[in-house]
Design a protein around this ligand. Sequence first.
Ligand code: GLN
Length: 489
Amino acid sequence: MGIAEWRRKLQRGEVSARELTDRHLARIAAVDTTVHAFLEITAERARADADRIDTARQAGETLPPLAGIPLAIKDNLCTKGIRTTCSSRMLESFVPPYESTVTERLWSAGAVLLGKTNLDEFAMGSSTETSAFGPSRNPWNPERVPGGSSGGSAAAVAAGECLASLGSDTGGSIRQPASFCGVVGLKPTYGRVSRWGLVAFASSLDQVGPFCTSVADSAEILQVIAGADRRDSTCLTNPVPDYLATLEQPVRGLRVGIIRECFESEGLDPQVKSSVLAAAAQLEQLGCELVDISCPRFNDGIATYYVIAPSEASANLARYDGVKYGHRAEPAGAAENLAVMTARSRAQGFGDEVQRRILIGTFALSAGYVDAFYRKAQQVRTLIRRDFDRAFEQVDLLLTPTSPTTAFRFGAHAEDPLTMYLSDLLTIPANMAGLPAINVPCGFDDQGLPIGLQLIGGVLEEAKLLQLAHHYEQAAAVMAQRPPAELVA
Ligand code: GLN
């Protein structure tokens, strides 16, 4: 059942918010020792919030749109008074004194917080293996990763531990784990959703978005979190359309571009390829027109990203100096000098992958190299965007696989970070161009692992993106299959 059905039941009093919350807390208690989606479970607060909603309903008050809907939040979104760790030793004891805009809007809409979910440290990774607090597991097969960096948020939805969750996407961190876990994951247009209170990774790429079990639910969540915020100067002020109103509008005649280059890369799993092409054929049956599109710079996204994202990260992460907040190596006054104290705090507080990104970024920005690396990467970023601009002169939406493979085994890329970076090949270009993109489940491989397709829209074309994704989802009915109820390691 989706958010709309639960809302109806809650409004009619057929189920109470407390029952719905308790049911999900029980599910967490039953499966999260295996899945490890959660870093912290806020059971007491959840029950109190749910009780307040039930009291309000009994008093005849009109309930806000997400009243009683239990959610999970990626642990890089600040929640006032609730620890927000970014899965890092650096922020292990950080309790934010303020609330992020997106979560503030969710609580105002009546949603109930079940807890904070696991991620790769500071959202750097594709598997949750870089979390300082241990990885999450894929509900479809606990020997596989859930993807990352928002792996906990994706796994929590797939395992039925919450109705929806929030993640963040810098290079694919919503769409890739959604694909690995067989759920819907939406990255909105850059600036559609406020980044206030999202711990910064790469500020020109970061965007917050929902994980859900349906496209309609994704529209519900986006409706609440989207829109202007004067606390984030990159947040767009364009009015937020009614995403649910256009969901059912016919898709006949929509032009869908198949990006040729995405289907030619050698790392693409043949089962992923055939499943996504079959989905494209299904779109044709729905009355869409398929158009062959070339984006020659698409595959340069990854090289460009791994200069720009670490550069921005190295600047953003400079604030963790062991002084103001975060991990501090020594008691005040114990180190010989400030530089030694800062170096030790950072060496202890940051894991290997985060340190690697800081080193790459600092190198790419240093005098003598900044033109060869950072500036060049920005130029290629412009070329990638122009490819998309040209494509959207011909088509309404673009289609690619979301990830070149299905969920891999733990440790599969332990020896070589570069092979891990390749799993972002198909998701990064949308971040580079600031475009909205969505993962929709489209099938399973011969191991029973989910496969996902990615639809990419033009700037602020979320409504059209959700509309086509919804029609495909209804026609394909892939989401009817859920992971096993009993999750055993
Ligand atoms: N996997 C990519 C990385 O490691 C993307 C992460 C993200 O989107 N936050 O940087």
